[in-house]
Design a protein around this ligand. Sequence first.
Ligand SMILES: Cc1cc2nc3c(=O)[nH]c(=O)nc-3n(C[C@H](O)[C@H](O)[C@H](O)COP(=O)(O)OP(=O)(O)OC[C@H]3O[C@@H](n4cnc5c(N)ncnc54)[C@H](O)[C@@H]3O)c2cc1C
Length: 487
Amino acid sequence: MTETFDIAIVGAGITGCAIARQLARYDLSICVVEAANDIALGASKANGGLVHAGYDPAPGTVKAQVNARGCELYGTWAQELGFLFRRTGSMVLGFNDEDRAHLEKLRSNGLANGVPELSIVGPERIHELEPRASADATCALWCPSTGFVDPFEVAIAALENAVANGVTFMRSAPVEAIEVAGSDATDGAARFTLVTPVGDVRCRYLINAAGNGAADISHMAGAEEFQMVWRQGNIVVLDKEPRALMPLYPVPTPVSKGVIVTGTVHGNTVITATAAVREPGDTQTYTNDVNALLTGARKLVPDLDTRRVVRAFAGGRPVIKGTNDFFIGQSDVVPGLFQAAGIQSPGVASAPAIAERMEHVMREAGVALRERVDWDPIRHAPDDFDRAPLARKEELIESDPAWGQIVCRCETVPEAEIVAAIRCRPGAVSVEGVKRRCRAGMGRCQSGFCQSRVVAILARELGCDPSEVLLEDAGSWLVEGPLKRVR
Ligand SMILES: Cc1cc2nc3c(=O)[nH]c(=O)nc-3n(C[C@H](O)[C@H](O)[C@H](O)COP(=O)(O)OP(=O)(O)OC[C@H]3O[C@@H](n4cnc5c(N)ncnc54)[C@H](O)[C@@H]3O)c2cc1C
């Protein structure tokens, strides 16, 4: 089976989903082609969720431009797409004169990059802003525009909105080869054919947002040759706190922002992230890395109870070998191919601006972008039972008793919310997909209590046997025999 679109976007990470959402406002047929069976299964599922403000990247780089702008756009994106975003501000803590000199440098970087309201503050103000910050900190760079999000929620919300506006999502469709016909796309013909095991996709314009697979896509299309480096990072998540911590950063190193401690939109504390070049695909956590995280975190927040770790995980930043910058633009070799490659950190913070820049690049390249009259920028977020006011909770239970059947006790997720996560478009097709959409299994017990119930609900909703239900992607079955006493 072959389907034809104006635009195909390879990769349903936060970059591809943001671009799909940005372009969905135009009169174009668009398909997002994803190797995995769900949204955000690459770097976008394993990161700190920080919306860095943009004082870090060297001025003049693409990163510098899209980071500060992305951070600015998050307010509007969160409002329109109904995802959680907290703009708490952040501090980079300094402990001596050398650190202070570094903070001054970050501040002037930030000013050059357009980051608003940066200032250097002393111990009293540090304590006022974040009472749990180390009392040994003598100075800090205070940056009010930093915030944090749940990164999968952002990607899911963006693609849901794109799909509601007519974008097609093709999952479990790894692009294995790309055929390129003719010399350009000006005649209106589909120029690219993407070969996948579930059918071919033909398109006039191709957008490469394949994360760590971006070099392969560029190579398959006969475009720029580059190599990806898997800059791996370990992260740990601590149990919920009564108050989410403001993101606290150390003075950065040349390749990383160092070990950061931050609250999350769900009230947990996250310690993120180490940085080491490792084998592509390595998502193991390492004792040394975890120890480095815990030690680094205690330096910033001495009273942090690091015994409260509920989860450790790892991901790989998609870095282009030989550059520390993003590559966003039309290919010089293959016109009609647009690259959003090397989206290492801060790809989450930059995503809305990467999408905006991609739109600009395409317009400049002559792609006809005619606004649709029926484009709807609003995504109506599904009901979050745990956060809902009591009156809404009662209303929901009244409408369907399944809203009162709590399946995940740690996160207070009822059966009806899980069903909604499966039935939405594009819906969850795995236990982890459910978890990313409504947090069932995300809490303190890490799904020890609710996993079998979620498996049963997925089996019922997807019309399959529990033994066919996946934990995550293809091949990750969980159940070998019948489930005991599960309705
Ligand atoms: C440990 C760690 C911490 C981080 N912390 C932060 C942070 O706090 N803030 C921040 O801003 N950034 C952070 N980042 C960076 C951020 O996670 C990435 O920049 C961002 O997720 C990249 O998104 P992406 O969509 O470009 O790539 P991905 O999320 O990797 O998506 C690419 C997609 O392309 C698909 N794909 C690949 N090849 C093919 C193919 N051949 N056919 C079809 N599909 C294909 C993949 O399956 C994948 O789903 C962190 C990264 C790591 C690893």
